[in-house]
Design a protein around this ligand. Sequence first.
Ligand code: LLP
Length: 418
Amino acid sequence: MDEFHSEGGALFCEDVPLSEIAREAGTPVYVYSHAALERAYRGLDEAFSGAGLEHMICYAVKANGNLAILRALSSFGAGADVVSGGELYRVMRAGFDPKKVVFSGVGKTEDELVSGLGERILMFNVESAGELECISRLAVMHGKRARVALRVNPDVEAETHPHIATGHSYAKFGIPLEEAAALARRMEEYRCVDLIGIHQHIGSQLLKTTPYVESVEKTAALVEDLRDAGHDIRYFNIGGGLGIRYHDEETPTPRELVEALRSSLAATGATILCEMGRYIAGNAGVLLTSVLYRKQGGEKTFLVADAGMNDLLRPSLYDAYHEVLPLEDGRGTVHADLVGPVCESGDFLARDRELPDAREGDVLAVMGAGAYGFSMASNYNSRRRPAEVLVRGDRWAVVREREHYADLIKGELIPAFL
Ligand code: LLP
């Protein structure tokens, strides 16, 4: 059963009617399903186990870093992929085992590297010669050992939105494949650093297995080369990127993806890491928003909602499609734009679409908003970021309060010379 489903004409999350949450927690509000998170996580986990591959799933925290979501995932056994000191702080607060934490990102600061060393995380995914040098210097200075993987750029086209493709040679990410071996040779100079893995991530919302297969085949060859050069390469990280269905996309299942990669992965003899974010959280969340006004602009009908681009940026930024459902069935549809209150023409949640024929006061559910929803929300227009709710069976709880006006000016100071 889909965790977001209709029962007697009303939309539910697990056993809770979404109208109850909208009424009691207010809108806009993100609502997450514990069962959906668990199902996605276990589906991935079982795909690797079923293929006989030693593995660890490091959830990409950037997709949704709410502490309750993180706590749930760590309770399932997940590790975490963090990309900032802030994300590292979150996962430690949520109770993750640092031995299951990998630290990615093209621009880690010294402070962030020192925090990672201090927590004794599993490894840093290193993106440049400069970063490797910096890690080495800090490890020596702080008397720590650093474990690293080289993030290589396999130069493949990921066939996704250009903003979220990362594995081609003109992207800022990773070390060109042909330079990785030379960089590994410099490891001798870095006596506090152990090279234990290879990492790649070619893009997000990938709908085909072929780019993965191509890049894994390219990078897996490096594992042998580096072992021959004396490095104990124990981990092979395939990155994240598995796509989900937002509309009518055909997506590979985890099993299909792992099956396509199985022989190349098995041949490495390494523990396989993966860093899925969207696959785990994307369809485990929705954004509930109330229709404030229904207005006519010439030929066009606008449903003006209380959630906007500051709450869910994906439609404005990527022209992303999110399905919009009514909380109660039976009103039919209207050709309209669902727009937000923000003062930008690009502020929309759905444009030129058949939408629920909603009246003022009705609540709509914007589906597939569990990943890169709240985590990309901002305070633009001095709007308070929305509340977040987690549902488990027939229980639900606010897992992040709606922001207060005081939060908007937190840390701001009016200097004495004014
Ligand atoms: N690992 C690395 C190194 C990444 O850069 C990313 C995502 C992931 C893992 C997780 O990818 P996923 O499994 O979620 O596809 N804001 C965009 C997505 C940006 C993804 C950035 N990197 C969106 O809303 O579509």
